[in-house]
Design a protein around this ligand. Structure first.
Ligand SMILES: NC(=O)c1ccc[n+]([C@@H]2O[C@H](COP(=O)([O-])OP(=O)(O)OC[C@H]3O[C@@H](n4cnc5c(N)ncnc54)[C@H](OP(=O)(O)O)[C@@H]3O)[C@@H](O)[C@H]2O)c1
Length: 327
Protein backbone atom coordinates (compact mmCIF):
# COMPACT_ATOMS: atom_id res chain seq x y z
CA UNK A 1 0.00 0.00 0.00
CA UNK A 2 1.05 3.65 -0.49
CA UNK A 3 1.20 5.90 2.57
CA UNK A 4 1.95 9.53 3.39
CA UNK A 5 5.51 10.21 4.64
CA UNK A 6 7.85 13.13 5.40
CA UNK A 7 11.45 12.66 4.37
CA UNK A 8 14.65 14.62 3.79
CA UNK A 9 17.11 14.24 0.94
CA UNK A 10 19.72 16.61 2.43
CA UNK A 11 20.45 18.15 5.82
CA UNK A 12 19.26 21.71 6.42
CA UNK A 13 16.47 23.92 7.75
CA UNK A 14 12.74 23.09 7.87
CA UNK A 15 12.59 23.60 4.07
CA UNK A 16 14.29 20.21 3.51
CA UNK A 17 11.24 18.42 4.96
CA UNK A 18 9.37 17.02 1.95
CA UNK A 19 5.91 15.50 1.72
CA UNK A 20 5.90 12.29 -0.25
CA UNK A 21 4.30 8.85 -0.55
CA UNK A 22 6.15 5.61 0.14
CA UNK A 23 5.29 1.93 -0.26
CA UNK A 24 4.59 -0.12 2.90
CA UNK A 25 4.59 -3.89 2.52
CA UNK A 26 3.37 -6.69 4.75
CA UNK A 27 5.25 -6.84 8.07
CA UNK A 28 8.34 -9.07 7.90
CA UNK A 29 9.37 -11.71 10.48
CA UNK A 30 9.23 -10.22 13.97
CA UNK A 31 7.52 -7.02 12.79
CA UNK A 32 4.12 -5.44 13.28
CA UNK A 33 2.44 -2.93 10.96
CA UNK A 34 1.04 0.11 12.77
CA UNK A 35 -1.59 2.53 11.47
CA UNK A 36 -0.42 5.61 13.36
CA UNK A 37 -2.72 8.13 15.00
CA UNK A 38 0.00 10.18 16.74
CA UNK A 39 3.65 10.77 15.87
CA UNK A 40 5.81 12.38 18.54
CA UNK A 41 7.98 15.38 17.63
CA UNK A 42 11.28 15.46 19.53
CA UNK A 43 14.18 17.85 19.55
CA UNK A 44 16.28 14.92 18.31
CA UNK A 45 14.33 15.15 15.01
CA UNK A 46 15.77 18.64 14.57
CA UNK A 47 19.32 17.43 15.21
CA UNK A 48 18.71 14.67 12.67
CA UNK A 49 17.32 17.14 10.10
CA UNK A 50 20.25 19.50 10.59
CA UNK A 51 22.82 16.68 10.62
CA UNK A 52 24.13 17.89 13.98
CA UNK A 53 23.63 14.71 15.98
CA UNK A 54 27.15 13.38 15.85
CA UNK A 55 29.46 11.67 15.92
CA UNK A 56 27.82 8.86 13.98
CA UNK A 57 27.85 7.25 10.55
CA UNK A 58 27.03 9.43 7.53
CA UNK A 59 23.28 9.60 6.76
CA UNK A 60 22.11 7.61 3.75
CA UNK A 61 19.42 9.72 2.01
CA UNK A 62 16.48 9.81 1.63
CA UNK A 63 15.55 9.46 5.30
CA UNK A 64 12.09 9.39 6.86
CA UNK A 65 12.55 11.40 10.09
CA UNK A 66 11.09 10.79 13.54
CA UNK A 67 11.57 8.18 16.24
CA UNK A 68 8.32 7.56 18.09
CA UNK A 69 4.63 7.12 17.52
CA UNK A 70 1.48 5.27 18.46
CA UNK A 71 -1.50 3.72 16.77
CA UNK A 72 -3.23 0.42 16.13
CA UNK A 73 -1.57 -2.78 14.88
CA UNK A 74 -3.21 -3.69 11.57
CA UNK A 75 -1.04 -6.71 10.67
CA UNK A 76 1.51 -8.92 12.44
CA UNK A 77 4.47 -10.65 10.78
CA UNK A 78 5.60 -14.26 11.23
CA UNK A 79 6.90 -15.06 14.72
CA UNK A 80 5.24 -12.15 16.54
CA UNK A 81 3.84 -13.41 19.80
CA UNK A 82 1.32 -12.36 22.45
CA UNK A 83 0.72 -9.85 23.91
CA UNK A 84 0.93 -8.12 20.49
CA UNK A 85 -2.02 -8.74 18.17
CA UNK A 86 -4.04 -7.10 15.40
CA UNK A 87 -6.37 -4.33 16.62
CA UNK A 88 -4.22 -3.48 19.65
CA UNK A 89 -3.22 0.07 20.64
CA UNK A 90 0.55 0.37 20.93
CA UNK A 91 3.39 2.89 21.08
CA UNK A 92 6.98 2.43 19.97
CA UNK A 93 10.45 3.97 19.74
CA UNK A 94 12.10 3.28 16.36
CA UNK A 95 13.52 5.45 13.53
CA UNK A 96 11.35 6.44 10.56
CA UNK A 97 8.23 7.61 12.42
CA UNK A 98 7.03 10.44 10.09
CA UNK A 99 4.86 8.05 8.10
CA UNK A 100 1.11 7.32 8.38
CA UNK A 101 1.43 3.51 8.23
CA UNK A 102 4.67 1.66 8.95
CA UNK A 103 6.34 -1.56 10.00
CA UNK A 104 8.21 -1.68 13.33
CA UNK A 105 10.16 -4.52 15.03
CA UNK A 106 7.85 -6.00 17.68
CA UNK A 107 10.65 -5.75 20.26
CA UNK A 108 10.48 -1.92 20.05
CA UNK A 109 6.71 -1.85 20.64
CA UNK A 110 4.80 -1.63 23.93
CA UNK A 111 1.08 -2.34 24.34
CA UNK A 112 -0.86 0.55 25.88
CA UNK A 113 -2.78 -0.20 29.07
CA UNK A 114 -6.30 1.20 29.55
CA UNK A 115 -6.01 4.83 30.63
CA UNK A 116 -2.99 5.65 28.41
CA UNK A 117 -4.15 7.18 25.12
CA UNK A 118 -2.38 6.72 21.80
CA UNK A 119 -2.00 10.48 21.49
CA UNK A 120 -0.25 10.88 24.83
CA UNK A 121 1.91 7.78 24.38
CA UNK A 122 2.82 8.71 20.80
CA UNK A 123 3.84 12.18 21.95
CA UNK A 124 5.70 11.24 25.11
CA UNK A 125 6.97 7.63 25.19
CA UNK A 126 10.53 8.54 24.23
CA UNK A 127 10.70 11.36 26.78
CA UNK A 128 9.02 9.28 29.47
CA UNK A 129 11.52 6.45 28.95
CA UNK A 130 14.32 9.01 29.07
CA UNK A 131 13.01 10.45 32.33
CA UNK A 132 12.81 6.90 33.73
CA UNK A 133 16.50 6.14 33.17
CA UNK A 134 17.64 9.65 34.17
CA UNK A 135 15.75 9.66 37.49
CA UNK A 136 15.86 5.98 38.46
CA UNK A 137 18.94 4.43 36.90
CA UNK A 138 21.69 6.87 35.85
CA UNK A 139 21.15 8.80 39.09
CA UNK A 140 18.54 7.36 41.47
CA UNK A 141 16.75 10.38 42.95
CA UNK A 142 16.21 10.05 46.70
CA UNK A 143 13.70 11.79 48.98
CA UNK A 144 15.04 15.05 50.36
CA UNK A 145 17.54 15.66 47.56
CA UNK A 146 17.57 18.89 45.56
CA UNK A 147 17.73 18.55 41.76
CA UNK A 148 18.12 21.15 39.00
CA UNK A 149 16.16 20.67 35.75
CA UNK A 150 17.05 22.96 32.83
CA UNK A 151 14.34 23.91 30.29
CA UNK A 152 11.80 22.78 32.89
CA UNK A 153 8.78 23.87 30.80
CA UNK A 154 9.90 21.85 27.75
CA UNK A 155 8.76 18.39 26.72
CA UNK A 156 11.41 16.62 28.82
CA UNK A 157 11.36 19.22 31.56
CA UNK A 158 7.70 18.81 32.51
CA UNK A 159 8.09 15.04 32.91
CA UNK A 160 11.38 15.19 34.81
CA UNK A 161 10.11 17.85 37.21
CA UNK A 162 6.87 16.06 38.09
CA UNK A 163 8.54 12.66 38.48
CA UNK A 164 11.46 14.04 40.54
CA UNK A 165 8.98 15.72 42.86
CA UNK A 166 7.01 12.45 43.18
CA UNK A 167 10.28 10.76 44.19
CA UNK A 168 10.54 13.26 47.04
CA UNK A 169 13.08 15.71 45.60
CA UNK A 170 13.05 19.48 45.84
CA UNK A 171 12.92 20.54 42.21
CA UNK A 172 14.52 23.73 40.87
CA UNK A 173 13.68 24.47 37.23
CA UNK A 174 15.09 26.95 34.74
CA UNK A 175 13.06 28.41 31.86
CA UNK A 176 13.62 30.89 29.04
CA UNK A 177 10.63 33.20 29.46
CA UNK A 178 8.27 34.64 32.07
CA UNK A 179 5.31 32.77 30.53
CA UNK A 180 7.12 29.46 30.95
CA UNK A 181 7.62 30.05 34.70
CA UNK A 182 3.96 29.19 35.38
CA UNK A 183 4.19 26.08 33.19
CA UNK A 184 7.21 24.86 35.19
CA UNK A 185 5.49 25.57 38.53
CA UNK A 186 2.38 23.72 37.37
CA UNK A 187 4.56 20.69 36.55
CA UNK A 188 6.33 20.00 39.81
CA UNK A 189 8.97 22.72 40.22
CA UNK A 190 9.24 24.10 43.75
CA UNK A 191 11.46 26.97 42.53
CA UNK A 192 11.73 28.45 39.02
CA UNK A 193 14.45 30.67 37.56
CA UNK A 194 14.30 32.56 34.26
CA UNK A 195 17.88 31.88 33.12
CA UNK A 196 17.71 34.58 30.45
CA UNK A 197 17.27 37.32 33.06
CA UNK A 198 18.59 35.82 36.31
CA UNK A 199 21.85 34.17 37.43
CA UNK A 200 20.71 30.55 37.81
CA UNK A 201 23.83 29.51 39.77
CA UNK A 202 23.30 32.16 42.45
CA UNK A 203 19.57 31.38 42.64
CA UNK A 204 20.17 27.61 42.91
CA UNK A 205 22.63 28.12 45.77
CA UNK A 206 20.14 30.47 47.44
CA UNK A 207 17.31 27.90 47.16
CA UNK A 208 19.52 25.18 48.66
CA UNK A 209 20.93 27.23 51.54
CA UNK A 210 24.35 27.30 49.84
CA UNK A 211 24.61 23.50 49.66
CA UNK A 212 23.89 22.94 45.96
CA UNK A 213 21.95 20.20 44.19
CA UNK A 214 22.75 16.47 43.92
CA UNK A 215 22.14 16.30 40.21
CA UNK A 216 21.68 18.61 37.22
CA UNK A 217 19.52 17.41 34.33
CA UNK A 218 20.71 19.46 31.38
CA UNK A 219 19.50 19.17 27.78
CA UNK A 220 20.39 22.77 26.89
CA UNK A 221 24.15 22.11 26.65
CA UNK A 222 26.50 24.86 25.55
CA UNK A 223 24.82 27.84 27.23
CA UNK A 224 24.41 26.28 30.68
CA UNK A 225 26.52 23.18 31.21
CA UNK A 226 29.75 24.61 32.64
CA UNK A 227 28.08 27.05 35.09
CA UNK A 228 25.85 24.15 36.15
CA UNK A 229 28.90 22.46 37.70
CA UNK A 230 28.93 25.31 40.25
CA UNK A 231 25.35 24.37 41.25
CA UNK A 232 26.40 20.90 42.45
CA UNK A 233 27.07 19.75 45.98
CA UNK A 234 30.08 17.47 46.71
CA UNK A 235 29.76 14.10 44.88
CA UNK A 236 27.07 15.62 42.65
CA UNK A 237 26.45 14.58 39.06
CA UNK A 238 26.00 16.80 36.00
CA UNK A 239 24.08 14.99 33.28
CA UNK A 240 24.16 16.55 29.83
CA UNK A 241 21.50 14.61 27.93
CA UNK A 242 20.83 17.11 25.12
CA UNK A 243 22.31 20.10 23.31
CA UNK A 244 19.45 22.45 22.33
CA UNK A 245 21.81 25.50 22.49
CA UNK A 246 24.81 23.66 20.98
CA UNK A 247 27.41 21.09 22.01
CA UNK A 248 29.19 21.49 25.35
CA UNK A 249 32.68 22.87 24.74
CA UNK A 250 35.84 21.05 25.84
CA UNK A 251 36.68 21.76 29.48
CA UNK A 252 39.38 20.99 32.01
CA UNK A 253 38.59 17.79 33.91
CA UNK A 254 40.26 19.37 36.95
CA UNK A 255 37.05 21.40 37.38
CA UNK A 256 35.48 18.23 38.82
CA UNK A 257 38.26 17.59 41.33
CA UNK A 258 37.55 19.88 44.28
CA UNK A 259 34.02 18.50 44.86
CA UNK A 260 34.56 14.96 43.41
CA UNK A 261 31.89 15.61 40.79
CA UNK A 262 30.84 13.25 37.98
CA UNK A 263 29.69 14.07 34.49
CA UNK A 264 27.62 11.93 32.13
CA UNK A 265 26.54 12.26 28.47
CA UNK A 266 23.96 9.47 28.09
CA UNK A 267 21.54 8.35 25.40
CA UNK A 268 18.25 6.52 25.77
CA UNK A 269 19.34 3.96 23.17
CA UNK A 270 21.86 2.42 25.60
CA UNK A 271 19.30 2.20 28.39
CA UNK A 272 16.65 0.36 26.33
CA UNK A 273 18.91 -1.67 24.03
CA UNK A 274 17.65 -4.74 25.89
CA UNK A 275 13.91 -5.11 25.07
CA UNK A 276 13.30 -6.17 28.69
CA UNK A 277 14.60 -2.75 29.82
CA UNK A 278 12.26 -1.05 27.33
CA UNK A 279 9.28 -2.92 28.76
CA UNK A 280 10.36 -2.27 32.39
CA UNK A 281 10.90 1.43 31.67
CA UNK A 282 7.50 1.74 29.98
CA UNK A 283 5.80 -0.09 32.88
CA UNK A 284 7.39 2.29 35.40
CA UNK A 285 6.28 5.26 33.29
CA UNK A 286 2.71 4.01 32.92
CA UNK A 287 2.59 3.37 36.70
CA UNK A 288 3.38 6.97 37.62
CA UNK A 289 0.99 8.28 34.96
CA UNK A 290 -1.90 6.03 35.99
CA UNK A 291 -1.12 6.76 39.65
CA UNK A 292 -1.53 10.49 38.96
CA UNK A 293 2.03 11.50 39.99
CA UNK A 294 3.01 12.44 36.43
CA UNK A 295 0.52 14.10 34.10
CA UNK A 296 1.37 13.73 30.44
CA UNK A 297 -0.41 16.21 28.22
CA UNK A 298 -0.03 17.16 24.59
CA UNK A 299 0.83 20.86 24.35
CA UNK A 300 0.59 21.30 20.56
CA UNK A 301 -0.91 19.38 17.63
CA UNK A 302 0.02 19.79 13.96
CA UNK A 303 -1.09 17.87 10.89
CA UNK A 304 1.79 15.69 9.63
CA UNK A 305 1.62 17.76 6.44
CA UNK A 306 2.38 20.88 8.56
CA UNK A 307 5.61 19.40 9.89
CA UNK A 308 7.75 22.36 8.76
CA UNK A 309 5.80 24.72 11.02
CA UNK A 310 6.06 22.27 13.91
CA UNK A 311 9.86 22.13 13.51
CA UNK A 312 10.11 25.92 13.35
CA UNK A 313 8.06 26.35 16.52
CA UNK A 314 10.08 23.76 18.48
CA UNK A 315 13.46 25.18 17.49
CA UNK A 316 12.29 28.78 18.05
CA UNK A 317 11.44 27.87 21.67
CA UNK A 318 7.75 28.58 21.01
CA UNK A 319 6.39 25.28 22.39
CA UNK A 320 5.81 23.97 25.91
CA UNK A 321 5.29 20.33 26.80
CA UNK A 322 4.89 17.64 24.14
CA UNK A 323 4.19 18.16 20.44
CA UNK A 324 2.34 15.68 18.27
CA UNK A 325 2.03 15.26 14.49
CA UNK A 326 -1.27 13.82 13.31
CA UNK A 327 -1.17 11.80 10.06
N1 LIG B 1 19.97 11.76 25.66
C1 LIG B 1 18.74 11.26 25.66
O1 LIG B 1 18.53 10.08 26.00
C2 LIG B 1 17.60 12.14 25.26
C3 LIG B 1 16.33 11.58 25.05
C4 LIG B 1 15.25 12.45 24.80
C5 LIG B 1 15.47 13.82 24.67
N2 LIG B 1 16.75 14.30 24.81
C6 LIG B 1 17.03 15.73 24.72
O2 LIG B 1 16.13 16.42 25.55
C7 LIG B 1 16.04 17.77 25.10
C8 LIG B 1 14.64 18.22 25.19
O3 LIG B 1 13.91 17.59 24.18
P1 LIG B 1 12.40 17.97 23.91
O4 LIG B 1 12.05 17.32 22.63
O5 LIG B 1 11.60 17.68 25.13
O6 LIG B 1 12.52 19.55 23.64
P2 LIG B 1 12.01 20.77 24.53
O7 LIG B 1 12.62 20.70 25.89
O8 LIG B 1 10.53 20.86 24.43
O9 LIG B 1 12.62 21.98 23.71
C9 LIG B 1 13.93 22.41 23.93
C10 LIG B 1 13.97 23.56 24.95
O10 LIG B 1 15.34 23.87 25.18
C11 LIG B 1 15.40 25.21 25.57
N3 LIG B 1 16.49 25.90 24.88
C12 LIG B 1 17.52 26.54 25.48
N4 LIG B 1 18.33 27.08 24.58
C13 LIG B 1 17.80 26.80 23.37
C14 LIG B 1 18.19 27.13 22.04
N5 LIG B 1 19.29 27.85 21.78
N6 LIG B 1 17.43 26.70 21.00
C15 LIG B 1 16.32 25.97 21.25
N7 LIG B 1 15.90 25.63 22.50
C16 LIG B 1 16.64 26.05 23.55
C17 LIG B 1 14.05 25.87 25.27
O11 LIG B 1 13.38 26.07 26.52
P3 LIG B 1 13.55 27.52 27.26
O12 LIG B 1 12.96 28.53 26.31
O13 LIG B 1 12.79 27.35 28.52
O14 LIG B 1 15.02 27.71 27.47
C18 LIG B 1 13.33 24.83 24.44
O15 LIG B 1 11.94 24.87 24.64
C19 LIG B 1 16.66 17.82 23.71
O16 LIG B 1 17.92 18.43 23.80
C20 LIG B 1 16.81 16.35 23.36
O17 LIG B 1 17.86 16.11 22.51
C21 LIG B 1 17.80 13.48 25.09
Amino acid sequence: MRTQAIRIRAHGGPEVLERTEVEVGEPGPGEVRIRQSAIGLNFADIYQRRGSHGPHAATVFPVVLGAQGAGVIDAVGPGVQAPLHTGQSVAYFHPGAYQAVRNVPAQRVVPLPPGISEEVAGATLLRGLTAEYLLRRLHAVKPGEAVLVHAAAGGMGVILSQWARALGATVIGTVGSEAKMDVARAHGCHHVVNYRTEDFVARTLEFTGGKGVSVVYDAVGKDVFLPSLDCLRPLGMAINYGTASGDVEAFDLQRLHAKSLSVSRPTLRTFIADPADLRRGAAALFDVVLGGQVKLAVGHRYALADVRRAHEDLENRATTGAVVLVP
